[in-house]
Design a binder for this molecule. Sequence first.
Ligand SMILES: *Cc1c(COP(=O)(O)O)cnc(C)c1O
Length: 458
Amino acid sequence: MKIPYAEPYKIKMVEPIRISSRHEREEWISNSGFNLFNLKSEQVYIDLLTDSGTGAMSDRQWSAIMSGDESYAGSSSYYKLKDKIHDLTGFEYILPTHQGRAAENVLFSAKVKENDIIPGNAHFDTTKGHIEFRKAKAIDCTIAEAYDTELIDPFKGNLDLEKLESVLKNNPRENIPMIIVTITCNTTGGQPVSMQNMKDVYSLAGKYGIKVFFDSARFAENAYFIKIREKGYKNTSIKEIVREMFRYADGMTMSSKKDGIVNIGGFIAFREKEWYNAATTFNIMFEGYLTYGGMAGRDMNALAQGLSEGTEFEYLESRIRQVAYLGEQLTKNQIPVQQPFGGHAIFVNASKFLYKVPREEFPGQTLAVELYLEAGVRAAEIGAIMADRDPVTRKNRYPELELVRLAIPRRVFTNNHMDVVVAALTNIYNRRNKIQRGYKIIREAPILRHFTVELDRI
Ligand SMILES: *Cc1c(COP(=O)(O)O)cnc(C)c1O
């Protein structure tokens, strides 16, 4: 008999979660204005809202917490973190920040001005927010294949080099402070960028004298996909792949809440002292002194350890296998999901699933609420509610896809939990013909409405 696969860790500490009754959930969700962000966490059984900051730290990370150095300046925890990042990426100059968007805020304060243009592969929403806040423009140069959810392509995070070159060619160099490559590309569904594409982007950028930064929240998951999918990397270790990836960048921003496997934290890393120097003032103003930047010493210790564990092949294999397990089981039950499966989440095609719900009634939100009612599972709508209104016409924007994202926290749930999610979605799928109406908005904020919107059933 073939020995089956199992996780490369055992569980030392547990946190109880409780399944509620449907009756309780009906009341809670209605009191929450049918917005899943408004639920209390104890009203949720399996929380797949996000994989950000929700991972489980290891015993070694918890013991690193105890030896944190809380000195204001020159903390040994900072130097431990700095050495680890240098080791992994080759970058010499490191600024800690309290999370990923803070890293963006500091870097862009130093380098982005009005009317600038920042090309990239489908910028993450906080990245785009920080760019547009400075009246600059984020230009999406992702390959067209990324927007066909059924097309199997190994590297749907790649940049289209022709699109990119036309942006570089048709704009003055002084208006393009950098190119941002997001690894993996969150916005297109946790899809990886190939090593070849990183290399090509870097050499094209070099030709025009423009810097490349990696938005690196899921760099280790990206490295795993390179090892598994890209020719020539089968026998290369994850740490060697990571080291090579960062050779094709001048720096990085990081949300440590993802592949750093910590609950809070971030950093910026630079190859050149000059760029580091430009950012230091803003780090001191917005985040904290250069050797802690918004992080406690203990948290920098836990992050240094998390970065080691997060770049181990065995860990990444268990992580990405679990996401794929959920995707495979859903596919087996005919549920339409994005292909190939992403590194951190499975995306359900809600408009295909709830084909009778008109898009004006938010099929993504309707499905997310149904999933909560069915089994207490919390997912995120990535559809028209999140897409907001057009800032000029104030009309609802309808994105190409209405998705429900099932994001999997790291080292938190077992495949039994995944089976609950599969059964819940399958039950809904079997009665999808009866679900014909969705929701209407009764109250909304002028921007980023999805966090606080209130809805009612139609
Ligand atoms: C999460 C994330 C960010 C923002 O990081 P926070 O830690 O949430 O502030 C930026 N870019 C990407 C790709 C992310 O996934």
